[in-house]
Structure formats: C-alpha cells, structure tokens
Design a protein around this ligand. Structure first.
Ligand code: GLU
Length: 429
C-alpha cells in the first residue's frame, strides 16, 4: 500500500477508512479521514489492514472550450488558495496546485453557463498577497474588461479575500461589468467542496444579472442551497472553516443566488452595467500602512513603532478608544500613548480610527478621550468600515491623493464602504 491509497484499518476498538498519508513518526500510520482530519494509528495496535481503492495518478488534460453562440463571455482569473488546491499525498498537506485548465475540467458545467476563458495569474495562498498582487489582479481584470468580457471571476484564497475585494473596488474606478471574487473552504478535489456551488453561482449571476462592480460570491449557509453576492468593501471572513464564513458587516448582502433553482433575488440597491471606462488607481507598492490592535496594558512603544509610516489604522475598543489618559498611578503609560500618537500625526503619519467591535460606527465625540484624539488630528469619526477596509482604503488613498485629501476622503463614502445609517437588521447576519 502506498501514499494516496484508500484503505480500511481495524484495531481492537475501531475501524477507520481514509487515504494513507506519509507518516512522519515511525511505528505510526497516518490516515486522512473523509472529514479532512488526519489521524495517527499505532501500527502495533492494527489487527487488519485492507486496500479499498488504489490511488489514481493525477490527470491534467487540457480542455479546449468551444465558443457557444448567445452565451455571455466570462473570464476566470485564478490566483490560488484552497479553491485551486488538492491534497498532496507526498506531504499530507494541502497545496495550491490546480492549473486553470484543471479547474475547467473539474467544473465543466461552467461552460454551459457562459463562454469561459480561464487563466492563471498567480498561484498562492492568499495570506502571501501584497499590494503588488492586488495591483496585478486589478490590471488583469482591466485587460479582460477592455477586451469586452461580460464579467470576471477571480478565484482566491479565503483568508484575505475581503482585503482583495476592497482593494479591487477602490483600484478599479469606473467598472462597467461584474467582477466576483470566489473562494472555497474545502479544496476542489474533495466531495464536500463548496467550490462548485460558489463558481457556478458566480458565473450564473454574471450571465443573468445586470449588476456591475466588485462583489464576493460565497455560501449563505452551511448547506449548498443559496449563495450570497456580498459587498466588496463591507464583508469579512468571520469563521475559520465554515462554508458560510463570509458575512456582510453593517449592511446586507447584495443578492441571493439559488443556482439549482436558477433564481437570483436582489436584497439591496446596486449599480447596473454601464458604459464607463476603467481608470486604474493602483496602490503604491512601497506605501507603509500598519494596524495596531488596542488591548489592556498596551505600551506606548507599540504606537511609536509606526514612526515613519505613511498611515496607521487604530483598531480601538468600543467606539474607537485607545488607552490615552492617566487615571491613577498605575496608568501613567496611557499619557505616553497619547503623546506617541500625537507625535506620529505631527510627523506626518495619517492615523485613522476603527473599532475592533467590527459592527457599529466609530464615534469620536461621545467621550473626552476620543475628542482628544480628534483634537490631535486622528480621523475616522462616524466611519462604519471594518478595520480591514479602513486599512486598504487608507493605503489606496495615500497612494492616490495628498495627505490632506486622504484625511478628508477617509470618512466619505466612495465605494459603498460607509453607510449613511446603521440599520439594526444588519447586525450578525
Ligand atoms: N490560507 C489559505 C488562503 O487564504 C487557504 C484558505 C482558503 O483558501 O480557504 O489562501
């Protein structure tokens, strides 16, 4: 028996079935169970071991996609992530591996929905992405739009998908067609993968709706019934593993897609397809923006560290607070924090406030300590952007506008990132 074979193993207490993985510990056999988890079994306890199915060599033939009359044109740009991954039986891990052709072979139904062209523009887990990759994706999307496609799907790892969607929304000014980011929480070679539904729903939505702009297409629930089209600048990965990990924050989804029933229902207002032309407003690849998450007992040097940065996002507590007041002998450090932030702003770093509550709005007028932050030039009052969108927006603003303009525009709604009113039904949806 070799790595990748499906085998059944019996011990005195249990019977387990799964894929044989390479073992890193002698005397132990490692099985990848259908749940995706690996289990190590002490070989001396094994009573019986049988082969269920030998591993098949991975096939990767090219698909030549014939163009069908009357169908819309969709370009799929692959960047990597779990959606493009399969289990590597030599290491037991999940690696980015599927090529653009493999992906079309895996989901041939896509070619019934639209005329698909599929290209690989990157191959990475999304936590590896930098501003250069956001710019790369934006440039490739713009090329496709200029070539006349009716929409673009960008496949992407889920970890930072919401940073990329926000970046694309800001960078691609004047987008006339839909651009949907699609990921999956289970790799595409698993029976339980959510990749198929996410991709098919995205393609169906592009082919059948009049939506224009950047969005995210992921599961609404943990079953396969509905997908949501989520707003690019107001969504977030809220769970490490659930298929419905992506939720709208401080707003609702844009639309619900039921691919099986061929049904699209819009939930919110949206921009329609139009005749605009794209202006690329890229993020400077050497721009330096940081995020500092406030916590009890934080020290002033954690703020001073960002000296010389172009921008800093404060992930404050509650309404956007940082510990910036000395209230007794034990809190002298807090006064130093106020001084450190004051120095950052005075030296030219644009400091933007956000809240680690995630939901709700920054409000810098309610309590004196936050008024004091405003007084020294910290911006963010009334923003309901997530810290992640604040981070991307600040980097993008500082790449394309003067510091004064960036401070002003941070709290103006440019791409749907700031809502006018906080609606109570948008909490935990
Ligand atoms: N960490 C990886 C990524 O974001 C895998 C997660 C995923 O794609 O779901 O690319």
């Amino acid at each position: 028996m070799k790595s990748g074979d499906r085998i059944r193993v019996a011990t005195a207490t249990e019977e387990l079935e799964g894929r044989l993985m390479p073992s890193t510990r002698s005397g132990y056999l490692v099985l990848k169970l259908d749940s995706g988890y690996n289990i190590g079994i002490d070989e001396s306890k094994i009573k019986n071991k049988e082969l269920v199915k030998a591993a098949e060599p991975a096939a990767s033939k090219e698909t030549s996609v014939e163009q069908k009359k009357g169908l819309k044109k969709i370009a799929i740009l692959h960047t990597g992530g779990t959606i493009a991954s399969k289990i590597d039986y030599s290491t037991g891990g999940v690696i980015a591996q599927f090529s653009a052709e493999d992906m079309l072979n895996l989901f041939p139904e896509l070619t019934d929905i639209a005329n698909i062209t599929s290209r690989q523009i990157a191959s990475m887990q999304s936590e590896m992405m930098r501003f250069a990759h956001h710019n790369l994706i934006a440039r490739e999307v713009a090329k496709e739009v200029e070539n006349g496609v009716d929409g673009v799907i960008v496949t992407h790892g889920t970890d930072t998908l919401h940073y990329s969607s926000a970046a694309l929304a800001f960078i691609l000014e004047g987008l006339s067609v839909p651009v949907l980011l699609v990921g999956s929480q289970r790799s595409s070679d698993r029976g339980s993968t959510d990749a198929a539904d996410n991709l098919l729903s995205a393609a169906y939505f592009i082919a059948e709706s009049d939506f224009a702009g950047v969005g995210i297409c992921m599961h609404e629930n943990s079953d396969d019934a509905n997908n949501l089209i989520l707003p690019a600048t107001k969504s977030r990965k809220m769970h490490t593993s659930r298929r419905d990990a992506f939720r709208p924050i401080n707003t609702t989804a844009i639309a619900r897609v039921n691919y099986a029933e061929k049904n699209i229902s819009f939930i919110s207002e949206y921009e329609k397809r139009n005749k605009k032309t794209i202006t690329l407003k890229l993020i400077k690849e050497d721009i330096k923006v940081g995020i500092v998450k406030v916590h009890p007992n934080i020290s002033a040097d954690q703020f001073a560290f960002f000296s010389g940065y172009d921008g800093l996002v404060l992930e404050g507590t509650g309404l956007g607070h940082i510990p910036n007041q000395k209230v007794d002998d034990a809190s002298a450090e807090n006064a130093k924090i106020q001084k450190a932030v004051e120095k950052l702003v005075a030296d030219g770093t644009v400091v933007a406030d956000s809240s680690q509550c995630i939901y709700g709005r920054v409000h810098m007028n309610v309590y004196t300590p936050l008024r004091e932050l405003q007084d020294i030039g910290v911006v963010g009052h009334l923003s309901d952007m997530t810290p992640e969108t604040t981070f991307i927006k600040l980097a993008w603003l500082l790449s394309n506008y003067s510091k004064d303009e960036a401070k002003k525009l941070l709290t103006e709604n440019l791409r749907g990132e700031i809502t006018e009113r906080t609606e109570k039904e948008t909490f935990l949806v």
